[in-house]
Design a protein around this ligand. Structure first.
Ligand SMILES: NC(=O)c1ccc[n+]([C@@H]2O[C@H](COP(=O)([O-])OP(=O)(O)OC[C@H]3O[C@@H](n4cnc5c(N)ncnc54)[C@H](O)[C@@H]3O)[C@@H](O)[C@H]2O)c1
Length: 304
C-alpha cells in the first residue's frame, strides 16, 4: 500500500513561501506532523498560522534556520528529534535564484547562491540522515530525502549559469545519494525534484544583474514580470501534490509541470544539440523585445 503520510513527521526548509508552504499545507491536510524552517521569520509565522487553520490538532513546530549555516541546520535537526521524537521525510526545498551573465557574476553572489542551493541541501541531508535512519528502523516506515533541483538542473540557460551550476550539483548529489542508499540497504530513499516554472516569489526575490538585459532582451524588472506572467505556468499547490505523488511511488526523479516534462524530453532527444536550439530562440526573443526595451530608461549597473 502506498504511504499516505498520516502520522509521519516531515521537516521542510524554505517553508515560509511558495512550494515549501504549499508542501506544508498539503501534508497538514494529510495528517503529517510538521517541522518547518526558513530564514524569513514573518513568512514562517504566516505558514504556521495557515497550517493551524487547516489542521488545528496537528503538531507543527517552526524554527528560523539559514540553510547555508551547517551548525544551525544541525541544531535544528537535533531539536526536531526532541520536539517530535522522530522524522520520516526531509524536504530540502529552500532556494534562491541569480540572473547574470557568467562573465559578470561576482564571487560573493556565486558563494551566496551555492551556500543556499547546494550547501543547504548537503547540510540538511547530512544533519538529518542519521535521524531518518533511526526513525525508519524504529517505525518500519522508510525515510525519504527530497531535494529540490530545477528544470535548470537538466538543461542550462543563458543568464542563469550560476543557478544552473547549483541545480546540476543538487541533481548529481541526489542521484549518487539514492544509489548509495540502495547499495547499502539503508531504510531511507532519495528523490530529486525538477520543477519547471512555478508561481512563487522566486523571481521577485532573485538577485539580477542589470547586464542580463543583453542576453534576454529586456530590463531585469521586466524579466521578473515576464517570468511571473508567462513562464510560471504551474501553481505551487499543484507542484506540491506532484512532488508528494513522486515520493509515494518512490521516484528517483520528479518532473513538475508540463514545461519540465516537455523540455526534459527535448534534451533527451537532442543531447547537447539543445544548446544551439536555445541560442536560436534566445536571439529571436532578444530581437522581438528590442524595440520595446529601447523605450525603457537605461538600466542601472545593478538592479538588486
Ligand atoms: N518557482 C520556480 O519556478 C522554481 C523552478 C525550479 C526550481 N525551483 C526551486 O524550488 C525551491 C522553492 O522555491 P520557490 O519557487 O517556492 O521560491 P520562494 O522564493 O517562494 O521560496 C523559497 C524559500 O526559501 C527561503 N530561503 C531563501 N534563502 C534561505 C536560506 N538561506 N535559508 C533558509 N531558507 C531560505 C525563502 O525565504 C523562501 O521562503 C527552490 O529551491 C527553487 O530554486 C523553483
Amino acid at each position: 500500500m502506498s504511504r499516505d503520510f498520516r502520522g509521519e513527521v516531515a521537516a521542510i526548509t524554505g517553508a515560509a513561501s511558495g512550494m515549501g508552504r504549499a508542501l506544508a499545507l498539503e501534508l497538514a491536510r494529510r495528517g503529517c506532523e510538521l517541522a518547518l524552517s526558513d530564514v524569513d521569520a514573518a513568512g514562517l509565522e504566516e505558514t504556521t498560522r495557515l497550517v493551524a487553520a487547516e489542521a488545528p490538532q496537528l503538531r507543527c513546530t517552526s524554527t528560523q534556520v539559514d540553510v547555508a549555516d551547517r551548525a544551525v541546520v544541525e541544531a535544528w535537526a537535533a531539536q526536531v528529534m526532541v520536539d517530535h521524537g522522530r522524522v520520516n521525510l526531509l524536504f530540502n526545498n529552500a532556494g534562491v535564484a541569480l540572473g547574470a551573465p557568467l562573465a559578470n557574476v561576482r564571487p560573493e553572489d556565486f558563494h551566496w547562491v551555492f551556500g543556499i542551493n547546494f550547501w543547504g541541501v548537503v547540510h540538511g541531508t547530512q544533519a538529518f540522515l542519521p535521524h531518518l535512519q533511526a526513525s525508519a528502523r524504529e517505525s518500519g516506515v522508510r525515510g525519504h530525502v527530497i531535494n529540490t533541483s530545477s528544470l535548470f538542473g537538466l538543461l542550462a540557460m543563458p543568464a542563469n549559469g550560476a543557478y544552473n551550476a547549483t541545480k546540476f550539483a543538487v541533481r548529481g548529489y541526489t542521484e549518487a545519494l539514492r544509489m548509495e542508499l540502495d547499495l547499502t540497504g539503508t531504510p531511507v530513499s532519495a528523490t530529486c525534484v525538477h520543477p519547471g516554472g512555478v508561481r512563487t516569489a522566486i523571481a521577485r526575490s532573485a538577485r539580477m544583474d542589470a547586464s542580463t538585459e543583453a542576453l534576454v532582451g529586456m530590463p531585469v524588472e521586466q524579466a521578473r514580470a515576464h517570468f511571473d506572467r508567462l513562464l510560471a505556468t504551474t501553481s505551487a499547490e499543484r507542484a506540491a501534490r506532484e512532488i508528494l505523488r513522486g515520493v509515494q511511488r518512490n521516484a528517483r526523479r520528479v518532473l513538475v509541470g508540463p514545461d519540465a516534462k516537455l523540455l526534459d524530453l527535448l534534451v533527451r532527444l537532442l543531447g547537447s544539440a539543445y544548446q544551439p536550439v536555445l541560442v536560436w530562440f534566445a536571439r529571436r526573443s532578444v530581437r522581438a523585445q528590442r524595440p520595446q526595451a529601447s523605450t525603457q530608461p537605461p538600466p542601472s549597473r545593478s538592479a538588486r
